[in-house]
Design a protein around this ligand. Structure first.
Ligand SMILES: C[S@@+](CC[C@H](N)C(=O)[O-])C[C@H]1O[C@@H](n2cnc3c(N)ncnc32)[C@H](O)[C@@H]1O
Length: 332
């Protein structure tokens, strides 16, 4: 959703400072923003994965040759620490705030393709799934030693898996035989519990949900996202924008609900329709893509009442983006 993201930040009169919370291996969004905004004075890129950080940093350094006025920093840090990263660069940067922040959640295809990380349903690897290899909790710890009820809760809440009871039972039974040690052992267990319906597609869908559930738990992704949304909004300048791309409904629900809470007096269920700040007749936003999509509050404006989704062309080119949803908030 590169075009849509660029649109979000192009509408600012000047983008002097920008933070990409999810730099990524290819630094795709960062590179495009830096190239488009020659007026940029400060750029900060964060990634929690050392390989992504290293590769992304090299891409950014390559771009800097043509932009003398730009101070660029990349940090190997979790985005929930955005405020301490900014304060560490310059206390005034945090006090004045940054003009743009981007979060492009989830994993890059390069992380999935490295089967030694354990993210891939189809690759053979250890049950790891840590975004940050320094963290102590791995997927195998959850599968082989967490209480049975907790294993079930993770499958139910983070995987939204209807067959969670049977999977929970089988995972715990596997402990008697030494536990699960590899992604292929987990996939074999999932295949054996999948009812005959749906063939290969059936068990792959279940396995994808189970892997998602484990990854969310290993990396504490939902709490981290919620904490980070507040921290990112706090880090914005007046008029600054935070854009978030999410890839599954659990993340999107958190973004939607937290944005409403941030702008002030929102509906606690994240329900925009009953929200009194919703202004259907908004006309003063020029050519903004989302001119009738604003929800105004005391502290900010949600610019996307409904999330922006990828165009058909983009979906054809990149199937990973099919479930992507972009939401944007602006500080008053
Ligand atoms: C989808 S990729 C980003 C791709 C990037 N926007 C681009 O255009 O190339 C997501 C990246 O976010 C990183 N990431 C995930 N959770 C993070 C967190 N809590 N803090 C910092 N980075 C995180 C991942 O390591 C991964 O490199």
């Amino acid at each position: 959703m590169l075009g849509e993201v660029l649109h979000v930040f192009r509408r600012r009169p000047r983008l002097r400072s920008f933070v990409d919370c999810t730099l990524g291996f290819a630094a795709g969004h960062s590179s495009a923003v830096i190239e488009m905004h020659r007026e940029l004075e400060v750029y900060v890129g964060l990634d929690v994965d050392p390989v992504a950080h290293e590769k992304g940093r090299a891409r950014i350094e390559g771009l800097l040759k043509g932009s003398e006025g730009l101070k660029a920093y990349t940090h190997l840090r979790n985005f929930k620490y955005i405020k301490s990263v900014l304060a560490g660069i310059d206390e005034d940067l945090l006090k004045e705030g940054v003009d743009g922040v981007l979060m492009d959640l989830g994993m890059s295809s390069m992380q999935v393709d490295r089967s030694e990380r354990g993210f891939s349903v189809l690759g053979e690897g250890p049950l790891d799934m840590r975004m940050n290899p320094q963290a102590s909790l791995k997927a195998e710890d959850i599968l082989n030693s967490w209480p049975e009820d907790e294993v079930g809760r993770i499958l139910r809440e983070y995987g939204e898996e209807s067959n969670w009871r049977s999977l929970q039972r089988k995972i715990v039974q596997a402990r008697a035989d030494g536990g699960l040690r590899s992604t292929s052992e987990l996939v074999k267990l999932i295949r054996s519990s999948s009812t005959g319906f749906g063939g290969r597609q059936g068990w792959i869908k279940t396995a994808t949900r189970v892997f998602q559930a484990l990854r969310i738990a290993v990396n504490d992704e939902l709490q981290t996202l919620e904490d980070a949304l507040y921290a990112c909004f706090d880090s914005l300048s007046s008029g600054g924008r935070l854009a978030v791309i999410s890839f599954h409904s659990l993340e999107d629900r958190i973004v939607k609900k937290t944005f409403l809470d941030i702008i002030g007096n929102g509906d606690e269920n994240g329900n925009f329709e009953n929200f009194k700040g919703w202004n259907k007749d908004e006309t003063d936003v020029g050519e903004e893509l989302w001119s009738k999509q604003r929800v105004e509050g005391k502290h900010g404006i949600v610019l996307t009442k409904r999330p922006i989704t990828p165009s058909e062309e983009e979906e054809k080119l990149n199937c990973r983006c099919r479930s992507a949803k972009l939401r944007v908030i602006q500080k008053v």
